[in-house]
Design a protein around this ligand. Structure first.
Ligand SMILES: [Mg+2]
Length: 387
C-alpha cells in the first residue's frame, strides 16, 4: 500500500472555540490575542481576516483594522482541553499521530488502510467526529507525504477535504505559488528571483548544478520540495508511556511454577494491549509484592523494541529468576512494558517472517506445554490466533 499522510488543521481554532463557548459572538468578528499593550494576535476568525487581521499582527493594529471585533484573551487551558479531545479522535484511527501544535497534526494512516480510497474515507469520518464532539470545523489534506498533505490542507481551507495522490502531485505543485514551499519565505524568495526563478515550475526545471552553485545544499533541498518530495516520517508522540497489568491474589502464592503461570497470563494481556495500540516495547518490568507487603521490581531493557510475546516473556522469566520467593509468599504480581514506540508497519511485519514468527511461537508453546501442562497450550494457541 502506498503511503498516505493526513494533515489536519483546525479552522481559526482559538477564535472558533470562543464562538462555540459564547454563542452571542457567532456571526461577529472575533480576535484572540495578548491583551497587553504589546500583545499580538493569536487567531482571528475568518470575518476579522476579511478586514486584513491576521495572526502575529500587533493587537493595536488589529483594533484599527477591525474596531467592531470582539478582542479576547487567550484561554490556553480551554484550547488544550479541546485539543486533547481532537487528538483522542485522531488516535482512534491510528497511533501514528504527530501533533504540530494544539490545532494541527499529521497522521500516517498507511498501516490502517483497506483500499486505496480509504484514506479519504478516514479523513471524512475524522472531520465528522471532530464536528460532532467539538462543534468545530477543520481542514484535512491527504498526500503521499507530509509536505503534500499540508499543502493540500492549506489549499482547501476552511472546512475542506482534499486528497492529492502521487500521480496528481506534479500537476498540483506547479499551480502553487513559489512561497507555498516550506523554506521559501521573503528572503529566499528574493534570492531565487535574483537567479531567475519565479515559479515552482522554474524551480523544478532548474539545473541542480546551478542551484547548488547559487544556493548550496539548500538549493537542492528546495528543488526536491518543488518536485513534491518529502521523506520525513510522521513521528508519533509517545502518549502511552507504559502498559502494565497487575493482580492481587486471594491467597499468597508460594509455588514458583504457579507464580510463573500467573506472570504468563499478565504478560499475555500486556502483550495484547501493546499490539492493539500498535506499539512495541524495549523495557519489561516485573513487580512482586510479598505477603508482608515488601515490594520488588526488576526491569530489563533490551537492545531492540519488540511486540512479540515470546521475547517479552523471555525477559519476564529472566527477571523472575532474580527474585527469591520465600515463606512470605506473593500477594501481588505485576508485569509492565515501557520505552514504547510505534510498531513497524503491518506490511513490514508480515513481510519480515510470518513463518519464522510462527515457528518461534510454536517453540514457545511447546516449551510452555512441557513446563506447565495443557492449559497453557490453549493460551499459546490464542496468541497465534491474534498474530
Ligand atoms: Mg489552524
Amino acid at each position: 500500500m502506498k503511503q498516505k499522510i493526513l494533515h489536519i488543521d483546525m479552522d481559526a481554532f482559538f477564535a472558533r472555540v470562543e464562538k462555540v463557548d459564547r454563542p452571542e459572538l457567532r456571526g461577529k468578528a472575533v480576535v484572540v490575542g495578548g491583551q497587553s499593550e504589546r500583545g499580538v494576535v493569536s487567531t482571528a476568525c475568518y470575518r476579522a481576516r476579511q478586514h486584513g487581521v491576521h495572526s502575529a499582527m500587533p493587537m493595536a493594529q488589529a483594533r484599527k483594522l477591525c474596531p467592531e471585533a470582539t478582542f479576547l484573551p487567550v484561554r490556553g487551558e480551554r484550547y488544550k482541553e479541546i485539543s486533547r479531545t481532537i487528538q483522542k479522535i485522531m488516535r482512534s484511527y491510528t497511533p501514528l499521530v504527530e501533533p504540530v501544535s494544539l490545532d494541527e497534526a499529521y497522521l500516517d494512516v498507511t498501516g490502517v488502510l483497506h483500499s486505496d480510497n480509504s484514506a479519504y474515507e478516514i479523513a471524512r469520518q475524522i472531520k465528522q467526529e471532530i464536528k460532532k464532539q467539538t462543534r468545530l470545523t477543520c481542514s484535512i489534506g491527504i498526500g503521499p507525504n507530509k509536505m503534500i498533505a499540508k499543502l493540500a490542507s492549506e489549499d482547501c481551507k476552511p472546512d475542506g477535504l482534499q486528497e492529492i495522490k502521487e500521480e496528481e502531485k506534479d500537476n498540483f505543485m506547479i499551480h502553487l505559488p513559489l512561497d507555498a514551499i516550506p523554506g521559501i519565505g521573503e528572503k529566499t524568495g528574493r534570492e531565487l528571483e535574483r537567479i531567475g526563478i519565479n515559479s515552482i515550475k522554474e524551480l523544478r526545471e532548474a539545473e541542480s548544478n546551478f542551484l547548488y552553485r547559487e544556493l548550496g545544499t539548500r538549493g537542492i533541498i528546495l528543488q526536491k520540495r518543488g518536485l513534491g518530495e518529502d521523506s520525513t516520517p510522521v513521528k508519533a508522540n509517545e502518549e502511552t508511556k507504559s502498559i502494565s497489568n497487575e493482580e492481587t491474589y486471594p491467597e499468597d502464592l508460594e509455588d514458583r511454577k504457579i507464580i510463573k503461570k500467573f506472570l504468563f497470563r499478565l504478560m499475555e494481556k500486556v502483550g495484547r494491549r501493546l499490539r492493539d495500540k500498535k506499539l512495541e516495547a524495549k523495557t519489561v518490568e516485573v513487580k512482586v509484592r510479598r505477603g508482608d507487603f515488601t515490594t520488588l521490581t526488576r526491569s530489563y531493557t533490551g537492545r531492540r523494541h519488540t511486540d512479540v510475546t515470546e521475547r517479552l516473556w523471555a525477559a519476564v522469566v529472566a527477571l523472575f529468576e532474580e527474585i527469591k520467593i520465600d515463606a512470605r509468599g506473593v500477594r501481588l504480581l505485576g508485569v509492565g512494558v515501557s520505552n514504547l514506540r510505534p510498531a513497524a508497519s503491518q506490511e513490514e511485519l508480515f513481510e519480515a517472517s510470518d513463518e519464522q514468527r510462527k515457528a518461534r511461537l510454536n517453540e514457545l508453546m511447546d516449551n510452555l506445554n512441557e513446563e506447565y501442562g495443557d492449559q497453557t497450550i490453549v493460551r499459546g494457541g490464542t496468541i497465534i490466533g491474534q498474530d
